[in-house]
Design a protein around this ligand. Sequence first.
Ligand SMILES: [Ca+2]
Length: 184
Amino acid sequence: MQVAYPDAEAYAKWAGKRLPTEAEFEFAARGGLSGKIYALGDEFRPNGKWMANTGQGKFPVKDTGEDGWAGIAPTKSFPPNGYGLYDMAGNVWQWCSDWYRADYYRTPAENGGGVINPKGPDSPFDPAEPNEKKRVHRGGSFLCNEQFCSRYMVGARGKGEVNTGTNHLGFRCVKDATANSSAP
Ligand SMILES: [Ca+2]
């Protein structure tokens, strides 16, 4: 945790990978389900089972850990989604490679069309803090609870200044499939 964007990006590059775009993150988070509210379906707690590390109790003063974890949980503490991916919702927010622009997804929609595999806008702009360079966060964190932000919902996005790491923000790497295998 406490990882700023340039550090996450540098790690991914070192590992021969990269950080996901916001669109890739959402596609992966949905795990093959279409139009569901949460990464694991329409129910937050199917049969009373906790499906992600979120917050309970009175935000932000008390996290009662009713889901088994107060604060950060080790990865794979909750069930994977349909693609076998863990922690796509809750636990920690994750850096995406897109610059944050509040109106980025609204503009193409207003122009009458969607976008295929968008990479994000060319530059950042947050009307609330126009001088800060922000990138997109996805997934929600252990701090998010039903009353406060519900950001573990699969379509929700966050934002953060690129040099600011927090204890509820992390990242994951992705790797492009190679079209031509060099294997003999
Ligand atoms: Ca928790």
